[in-house]
Design a protein around this ligand. Structure first.
Ligand SMILES: [Zn+2]
Ligand SMILES: [Zn+2]
Length: 344
């Protein structure tokens, strides 16, 4: 259920930036003061109840507007979180304050820190704020050890809150980790929702993309990857494809932060704009969404123009709290205000 006080800033139709040829218009002025134009989004969404929200669209580079990678998927009765980077829980609260203690299923694309540093907050404060059961986590090899290490790192806090070091951990803090097989496969199937993990290519570590199927619709999440045929293979027929990509602004930020050799190494771990465009052309989704990149008007425009050389379909560059609804009649997208303050 979406809080009624939210302000719809713009719909994708209003942005006019969907068609690649019109990409530049997504940077035109937006009325950030205009109150809700539609008051009952949940009633419309209920027709299918399949929503994907980019909680964090950013990268390891700290940003004023983009937190780390985190994607929320609500499908029927299931609420699933994919990655939990920096600021994940804050964006979760901005999106829906009630969700923090409710999140109990987390899927990890890989164990790079920019995808997991929000886990202690989600794990511990989800418990202190009411989560009854464990935080179930699906991840690559090393996930269980990471959770056990967090338990040691927060031993003092746990003993304070749990009334003594010798008291057994409450159920909400038990480790419940499912290791994703190296070759991937179906890792979750409940309530009509199927999550399939598939290997991607990223720094020679175990890394995965995910495909989520529900009610005849499907979503692809690339995770962090360089070009790999698996994106097109597992993205076949996907309605929505979320791809990481190195935007021009991200490449510029990397070049300012690191020596040239390291920048080249980092670039080889991710999709170039050309590769992302080619991948979208192969998948041909109803909507392509770029995330896990540095945004900016000129950068977004250049990124989408490059994409348009390969792929003629609709593509957007996500911000934090870009919400995408898969409807029976097509896809709708909305952008939420980041720092809404109520003065009531
Ligand atoms: Zn990574
Ligand atoms: Zn990353």
């Amino acid at each position: 259920m979406m809080p009624s006080h939210r302000f719809w800033l713009r719909t994708l139709a209003a942005m006019c930036g969907l068609a690649l040829g019109l990409a530049a218009s997504s940077c035109q002025s937006v009325d950030f003061t205009k109150p809700a134009e539609q008051a009952a989004p949940s009633a419309v969404a209920a027709e299918l109840d399949f929503t994907v929200t980019i909680l964090g669209s950013g990268t390891p580079i700290a940003s004023r507007t983009q937190v780390g990678a985190a994607i929320l998927v609500k499908a029927g009765s299931q609420t699933l979180l994919f990655d939990c980077g920096r600021g994940c829980t804050s964006r979760l609260a901005q999106y829906d304050l009630s969700l923090g203690p409710q999140i109990d299923k987390l899927f990890l694309t890989h164990l790079h820190s920019d995808h997991i540093v929000g886990i202690p907050d989600l794990w511990l404060n989800g418990w202190t704020q009411g989560r009854q059961g464990p935080l179930r986590i699906w991840g690559p090899e090393g996930t269980y050890d990471m959770l056990e290490s967090l338990r040691k790192a927060f031993a003092a806090d746990l003993s304070y809150r749990n009334a003594g070091p010798d008291k057994p951990a409450p159920p909400a803090l038990e480790n419940h980790v499912t290791r994703i097989p190296e070759q991937g496969g179906v890792v979750f199937q409940t309530g009509g929702v199927t999550v399939t993990a598939f290997p991607v290519i990223h720094a020679r570590i175990q890394a995965y993309g995910f495909r989520i199927d529900y009610a005849g619709k499907s979503v692809l999440i690339s995770g962090d990857t360089s070009a790999t045929p698996n994106l097109a293979t597992y993205g076949a027929g996907a309605d929505l494809a979320l791809l990481e990509v190195v935007s021009p602004a991200m490449e510029e930020a990397l070049r300012q932060a690191y020596p040239a050799a390291m920048v080249e190494m980092i670039l080889r771990l991710h999709l170039t704009p050309e590769q992302a465009g080619q991948t979208l052309a192969e998948i041909a989704p109803e909507l392509g969404v770029y995330y896990h990149t540095v945004t900016g008007c000129e950068s977004d425009k250049a990124l989408l123009e490059t994409t348009g050389k390969y792929h003629r379909g609709s593509v957007i560059v996500a911000s934090d709290l870009t919400e995408i609804r898969l409807m029976p009649t097509g896809i709708e997208t909305h952008q939420f205000l980041l720092n809404e303050i109520e003065c009531r």
